[in-house]
Design a protein around this ligand. Structure first.
Ligand SMILES: [Zn+2]
Length: 265
């Protein structure tokens, strides 16, 4: 399989990962999806566009090209459930609303290939880039960038806060860093936020975040209502996105500022 990811090396010790931004399908997945799934409703829509300022910031970026309906890059390769209660797995079987995703699932052999040819390269890219950053700067920062509809009754009650920061209950980054990010969010009164609420960080955050080894990982699950139409055709809303990008920039700048203070050279 070709073009399974996009990677761009930056110049600051920050890697932004976009594991659910991909829109490509394999023939086996495409032909097996139910009609309702063909518009890829559970995509983290427009994440590369929303973070287009990251270039200017100098961050490295890795983004998935394949849809999470092919393989979910934010799940462990052994497919252990990430959350108690309703969740979706390495090879999702349902839409977020609980409806079965496939009328015909890809074969096990086909899926083993997705693991080898899509999941492994994505994770290897993160691992190698974090190692390079830590070698060069003495530390590395990982921002796992996500978004989701603000209402998904099957997955959570009520309306999600706008900014959902996840640090695996404090295990994936320095606690002081998490507090600083929370206070950045609190400074923007038009938005709501929570730390380690319904979304505590998925596999990428949990696996790569290792503060004792100077790798600090944070997941942001952003409510899609903060920058787009949450329903088909999932249009990007420049008017909503622009002020949200101001908050995102402030969060990533704070991440870098905290690290520069924490690791003086
Ligand atoms: Zn996501």
């Amino acid at each position: 399989m070709d073009n399974v990811l996009t990677f761009k090396r930056g110049r600051v010790p920050l890697l932004i990962s976009m594991p659910h931004a991909g829109l490509r399908l394999t023939p086996a997945v495409e032909s097996g999806l139910i009609d309702e799934a063909k518009s890829l409703p559970d995509t983290d829509w427009h994440i590369p566009r929303l973070y287009d300022f990251a270039d200017e910031l100098g961050a490295s970026i890795v983004a998935a090209e394949y849809s999470r309906f092919v393989i979910d890059l934010n799940r462990p390769s052994d497919n252990k459930p990430l959350y108690a209660g309703a969740t979706t797995g390495l090879y999702p079987e349902t839409l977020f609303d609980g409806v079965p995703l496939f009328h015909q699932q890809p074969s096990d052999a086909e899926r083993a290939r997705y693991l080898e040819e899509i999941w492994v390269p994505y994770h290897r890219t993160i691992e190698q880039e974090l190692a390079r950053l830590r070698d060069e700067f003495g530390y590395a920062l990982l921002w796992d960038a996500h978004s989701i509809r603000s209402h998904v009754p099957h997955l959570f009650e009520g309306r999600l806060p706008d900014f959902n920061l996840g640090t695996f209950n404090g295990a994936s980054c320095d606690p002081e860093l998490a507090r600083r990010l929370e206070s950045v969010c609190a400074g923007f009164g038009d938005y709501t936020h929570v730390l380690n609420g319904r979304f505590k960080g998925g596999h990428i955050t949990r696996h790569f975040g290792d503060p004792a080894k100077h790798i600090h990982a944070v997941q942001l699950e952003l409510a899609q209502s903060a920058y787009m139409e949450e329903f088909e055709p999932f249009n990007y809303r420049e008017d909503l996105a622009r002020p949200t990008q101001v908050v995102l920039k402030a969060l990533l700048s704070e991440l870098l500022a905290w690290a520069r203070q924490h690791y003086p050279r």
